[in-house]
Design a protein around this ligand. Sequence first.
Ligand SMILES: Cc1cc2nc3c(=O)[nH]c(=O)nc-3n(C[C@H](O)[C@H](O)[C@H](O)COP(=O)(O)OP(=O)(O)OC[C@H]3O[C@@H](n4cnc5c(N)ncnc54)[C@H](O)[C@@H]3O)c2cc1C
Length: 318
Amino acid sequence: MTATLVYLDAVPAEGLRRPQLELLAAGRALGPISAAVGAQPSDAVVRELGEQGVDAVYTPGETDLSGFLVAPQAAWLAAVAAVAQPGAVILDNSLECKEIAGRLGVRLDAGVITDVVALEADGTAHKSVLAGSYEVRAKATSPVAVFTVKPGAADAAPASAAGSPSVQTVAVPEDAFARAGRITERTDRPRTGRPELTEATIVVAGGRGTDGDFGPVEELADALGAAVGASRAATDAGWISHDLQVGQTGKTVSPQLYISAGISGAIQQKAGMQTAKVIVAVNSDPESPIFEIADFGVVGDLFKVLPQATEEIKRRRA
Ligand SMILES: Cc1cc2nc3c(=O)[nH]c(=O)nc-3n(C[C@H](O)[C@H](O)[C@H](O)COP(=O)(O)OP(=O)(O)OC[C@H]3O[C@@H](n4cnc5c(N)ncnc54)[C@H](O)[C@@H]3O)c2cc1C
């Protein structure tokens, strides 16, 4: 079977991130996998890719594609595909990767399926549509398919059989940079010490019910080692950074545990969190729609419930 090519834009020297492990696991659902890594990976990362069942790693050599916007990445991936001859190419579901996928689809004459939440061995993709309210199954009719896959689509786990992948340089086509946007400056976000929202295994999110006081949400998050998220009502009110918005127009999260506090559960909020493994909702209104998707619900005032939970967690962890 033709290997599936998984695109990893930049891999930290210390190792693959959880969403990247999930992407590789999603690829394994289709069969053998190879990886296209947008910047030269360290030896440790190549070893880790081997543990993930990757049999070939393609790199752009000395060129670091993370310094450019999407066009050169699409051109390079097309060049890698010409060498690797994959039956499918998998990217993450970020806005940037969706744009790369679109451009790659044109170059490879491939069907492009975005917002994938699961992949079947025959290339059938389960796709979340209409703000997550429906799931459809879709299959590309072209010889090559391009998928962008949401976080949590597969469990991050090592492959059943590890290998030692070959590493091959595929040059970025010279014309790829002709009209490329170059990133001229990056500003790191201030560090909170909390995990990255899309990678966290636990997320505690607050909404309009916090009335602007995210203290209890943050304290519970810190007791659990969790990331903080928010509804759009909270980010639009300026109570918390827009980066932390979860939902249709915010981030998609798929943690093991999502604690929702003072959030009504509008369809656009659910679109970003309903694939969480366990959902706990705290809301003072027993009729709130969030309880329709919650695994556990607490009807109560978040300013009473969250501090009690925080205290109990700290006591048990002491
Ligand atoms: C195109 C579009 C895109 C959108 N994208 C997003 C998105 O990405 N993410 C998103 O979140 N929204 C999004 N929205 C907005 C969405 O429709 C809702 O308006 C929003 O999610 C509501 O936020 P909320 O639940 O915090 O506020 P509300 O709907 O006002 O709910 C507040 C909840 O808090 C409860 N509450 C109040 N006080 C307390 C208390 N003391 N203790 C416990 N509970 C309390 C209330 O009972 C209520 O259920 C989008 C809307 C549109 C039209």
